[in-house]
Ligand binder design. Structure first.
Ligand code: PEP
Ligand code: MG
Length: 550
């Protein structure tokens, strides 16, 4: 019987084959729980907490870097005597064992949140411990992302940034989601981790846990029960593309020597150190908001500076383009975003939060300036979601006052249309194609059913990019692309043909973009660009461009 194939958007190239695993739902705390003998309850809580702590410690032993540190710290917290004492107090008051656990964690939560800083960051770990202990006590499956024994394919409807950031690429060899588009944050983080990923695969929800699947992150296919020979062939072809990427030595240029900076998108020091191992020429987008997703309290200037310094120091003498907080919409920050906006994607997000609360912007710029004092390389600073010339002027002046190089992102069509005027106030612009397509096409970037509109090969998006690139050429100022469009090797060549001067993609994708560009002449890129611009839709644009590209 031929294997059945589901189709979605291939967003992180590569092949992953393995059994399906899925995130476990949070366990239910039983209602009307009977009270229990306090001594017996304390012993049962201790056993459950120790079992959870042991499992977390064991996982830490198999993980590396930040993931291992987080797991170890959570394991230690599960054994915390203070937590056990709070549970005992509740048991003695007559509460049931799960209610005592949940109540004790809630009390610790309040204490940690009030303490702020590093303590407040542990609140997510506490919730994780509560869920794991309650699951252990009640015999429910362990919640959260699975940590499978064999390399597996993670399937879900969609994944939150906080979930995907902790994924271990050794045990999760591919990701497939039924929701999400090519610019959703699942995509961005999967790309950062280099995990092959397909999003928006309809029918995926019906694939049972344990079923063998092949995920092709280039074609967007999810093959159910794949034939072993076919799986091997496709895995080998993906390996060849990886070799081309690995042999790229930089710096970025076309085969006839037209220079184009190839840069990396990062979200923290760990990512920057990984990027620094490649030949990228710097960081083209440091998404600072992703450092603070779990904070309810604004980090101090010193705390922020410490985090930014890590990225600057990882890149040494290479340039870093750091973006001020892009909070809001699908990246809410407890200390910054407005709650309950009716339409957050069109609300007070990105730089608009800084316009509303100038202190928030000023403290972040102070932190960047402080960290930049210790940087060996150039630090450029840009703001997200700028819509008008006046906003660019406001931001440019604030950045210059701190002796830094200002730029803005072009993510809103109004800014693309008047990029020439915006460039009067700043030294560079960087096109965020993820949001620019969402706003140009009035299509939610998270909506799988609208992914054909947010496809970065849409000719109308390319026309907007061409306009911005031309404004940069006229002003003699750099125009980069840092949205996911820059991670597609052929589209990268088209963007260069349209006149952009740098391409910034996840470190796992950037070398293949550099290698592909190095095998094309500038003429071919320009011919591919004009063919794509003239196409009627993304599919024909891809095909028309490919005819000119090697
Ligand atoms: C973009 O919109 O293209 C972009 C780079 O910003 P983000 O994806 O973080 O919204
Ligand atoms: Mg954006």
């Amino acid at each position: 019987m031929p294997a059945s194939v589901l189709r979605g958007n291939g967003v992180v190239p590569g092949i992953g084959v393995g059994p399906v695993v899925r995130p476990m739902p949070r366990p239910v705390v039983p209602a009307d729980e009977p009270s229990i003998d306090p001594e017996d309850g304390a012993r049962r809580f201790g056993d459950a907490a120790n079992a959870v702590a042991d499992r977390l410690a064991e996982r830490a032993g198999r993980a590396t870097g930040a993931a291992a540190e987080v797991l170890l710290a959570t394991s230690a917290l599960a054994r915390d005597r203070g937590l056990a004492a709070l549970v005992q107090k509740r048991l003695a008051d007559g509460s049931g064992i799960c209610a005592s656990t949940a109540g004790a964690i809630e009390e610790l939560n309040d204490l940690f949140s009030a303490a702020g800083g590093v303590m407040a960051e542990r609140v997510t770990d506490l919730a994780d411990i509560r869920d794991r202990v309650v699951a252990e006590l009640t015999g429910q499956p362990e919640p959260g992302l699975p940590t499978p024994e064999v390399p597996s394919v993670l399937c879900a409807d969609d994944l939150a940034p906080a979930d995907t950031a902790g994924l271990d690429p050794v045990s999760i060899v591919a990701i497939a989601t039924s929701l999400g588009g090519p610019t959703s944050h699942t995509t961005i983080i999967a790309r950062q981790l280099g995990i092959p990923c397909v999003v928006g695969a309809e029918g995926l929800d019906d694939v049972a846990v344990g079923t063998s699947v092949l995920v092709d992150g280039l074609s967007g296919e999810v093959v159910i029960d794949p034939d072993a020979d076919m799986a091997r062939e496709r895995t080998e072809a993906a390996a060849h593309a990886r070799e081309a990427a690995a042999s790229w030595r930089g710096p970025g240029a076309t085969s006839d020597g037209h220079a184009v900076d190839i840069l990396a998108n990062v979200q923290d020091g760990v990512g920057a150190r990984k990027a620094a191992e490649t030949k990228v020429q710097g960081v083209g987008l440091f998404r600072t908001e992703l450092c603070f997703l779990d904070r309810d309290v604004e980090p101090t200037v010193e705390e922020q500076a410490e985090i930014y310094r890590e990225v600057f120091s990882a890149m040494g003498e290479r340039k870093v383009v750091i973006r001020t907080l892009d909070a809001g919409s699908d990246k809410p920050l407890g200390f910054a975003t407005i709650k309950d906006e009716p339409n957050p994607a069109l609300g007070v997000r990105g730089m608009r939060l800084g316009l509303r609360d100038e202190g928030l912007m000023d403290r972040q710029l102070d932190a960047i300036a402080l960290a930049a004092q210790d940087s060996a390389g150039p630090v450029w600073v840009m703001a997200p979601m700028v819509a008008t010339e006046g906003e660019a002027e406001w931001f440019g002046a604030r950045v210059r006052a701190r002796g830094l190089v200002p730029g803005v992102m072009i993510e809103v069509p109004s800014a693309a249309l008047l990029a020439d005027r915006i460039l009067r106030h700043v030294d560079f612009v960087s096109i965020g194609t993820n949001d620019l397509s969402q706003y140009a096409f009035a299509a939610d970037r998270m909506a799988a059913s609208l992914a054909h509109l947010t496809d970065p090969w849409q000719p109308a998006l390319l026309a907007l990019i061409q306009r911005v690139a031309q404004a940069g050429i006229d002003a003699g100022k750099p125009v980069g692309v840092c949205g996911e469009a820059a991670a597609d090797p052929h589209l990268g060549c088209v963007l260069v043909g349209l006149g952009v001067s740098s391409l910034s993609a996840a470190a796992s994708a950037a070398p293949l973009v550099g290698a592909t560009l190095a095998s094309q002449g500038l003429d071919a890129c320009q011919a591919a660009a004009s063919a794509a611009l003239d196409a009627k839709d993304p599919a024909t644009a891809r095909e028309a461009a490919a005819a000119f590209l090697a």
